[in-house]
Design a protein around this ligand. Structure first.
Ligand code: SF4
Length: 371
């Protein structure tokens, strides 16, 4: 089975922390949507397994696109691949795009899950991040979607912001729980080069949080959300029972996906990975270029170790033996021993996993198990 990712790298306003590829030059968006349908047609044979299981509209801000246009893309996919048994169709949305009319129109499409970029329920944090919405608008957007039947909803929250931990973080988590959202992606802020935040840090107007604060806040998010019944199933992802993100989970288990749109990544489910390297402007004019790489067995192994140890299930030792050979499994288990003694790795039921509350400090563990 395969996945379809549709990338809309357009935003009305640029957030202070964002280093994703995106553009605020919205004038090329209509032409890009046309080119995306062309790209699907052109690259339809990229997927060997033509059964599409999930569709994901990511960005950027896909909610800048009218729901009817999103549906046209799904309809186009349905003519090229088998979309008869879709398990999940997600759209990322900005709270201020989620008007009553937008939600009503969205309900008439195949979209059955919304991922809202809320980031915080604190107006001070939202202003600092240059987000387009207020905390009240975020809560209203959640309720509007729930009232329309979008029970299956994810929200993004960011922590690790200097001066906004403690009560501010607790209040945001509490608000998310009270609203009954079924899935929460909680990310630690990273100050990326060439962002407004990086400039503020360089000018001494803002600080990165120190390591202890990072760990404390990570553990606090873990405690509060797991205490409220959410399963911490991936380093940055929490879900109520039965509400894990199917599309993202399939990335982590190595399923094939095709990414359509400027900047989108694709993976053939085996060794080939590629990315559309054209800018949105170039893409909208029909100028598409791709960068591709073929993974060696060692790279495939390292990737499997990395994504598996970031998930609650961890590494399947039998699978490592079958896919990469007994030598890989033996070396990996030998390297794992010292982490088992320190409690950073747990071996049980044929699996090797990191306890979720230790996910944040897992980099050293993961790297020591690499090829
Ligand atoms: S909405 Fe998302 S992609 Fe757009 S600028 Fe903000 S963080 Fe970046």
């Amino acid at each position: 089975m395969s996945l379809l990712y549709l990338h809309i790298p357009y935003c009305k306003r640029i957030c202070s922390y964002c280093d994703f590829y995106r553009t605020a030059a919205l004038q090329s968006l209509p032409a890009t949507l046309v080119r995306m349908r062309e790209e699907m047609l052109r690259r339809r044979d990229f997927l060997v397994d033509r059964h599409i299981r999930t569709v994901y509209f990511g960005g950027g801000t896909p909610s800048l696109v009218a729901p009817e246009e999103l549906q046209r893309l799904v309809d186009m996919a349905d003519t090229l691949w088998d979309c008869g048994r879709l398990e999940e169709v997600t759209v990322e949305a900005n709270p201020d795009d989620v008007t009553r009319d937008y939600v009503a129109a969205l309900r008439r499409t195949a979209v059955d899950r919304v991922s809202l970029g809320i980031q915080s329920f604190d107006d001070g944090v939202l202003r600092l991040m240059n987000r387009r919405h207020s905390a009240a608008e975020a809560a209203d957007a959640v309720k509007r979607l729930q009232d329309a039947g979008y029970e299956n909803m994810s929200i993004d929250l960011i922590f690790g912001i200097d001066g906004f931990g403690g009560r501010v973080l607790d209040d945001s988590l509490q608000r998310a729980i009270e609203l009954g959202v079924t899935h929460i992606s909680a990310y630690h802020l990273t100050i990326e080069p060439r962002t407004l935040f990086a400039r503020r840090v360089a000018e001494g107007k803002m600080r990165e949080v120190d390591e202890q604060t990072s760990e404390r806040e990570f553990r606090r998010v873990h405690e509060v959300l797991t205490g409220a019944g959410y399963e911490h199933y991936e380093v940055s992802n929490y879900a109520l029972p039965g509400c894990r993100a199917r599309h993202n989970s399939a990335y982590w288990t190595g399923e094939a996906y095709i990414g359509i749109g400027p900047g989108a990544h694709s993976f053939d489910g085996d060794r080939l990975r590629c990315r559309c390297s054209s800018t949105a402007e170039e893409y909208s004019q029909g100028r598409t270029e791709y960068q591709s790489e073929t993974l060696s067995t060692g790279e495939q192994f390292d990737e499997y170790v990395m994504v598996s140890l970031r998930r609650a299930e961890g590494i399947d030792i039998d699978y490592v033996e079958r896919r990469f050979g007994g030598g890989h499994a033996e070396k990996m288990l030998a390297a794992a021993r010292r982490w088992q003694q320190s409690g950073d790795l747990v071996a049980e039921d044929g699996r090797l996993r990191i306890p979720p509350e230790r996910f944040l400090i897992s980099d050293a563990v993961i790297e020591s198990l690499f090829e």
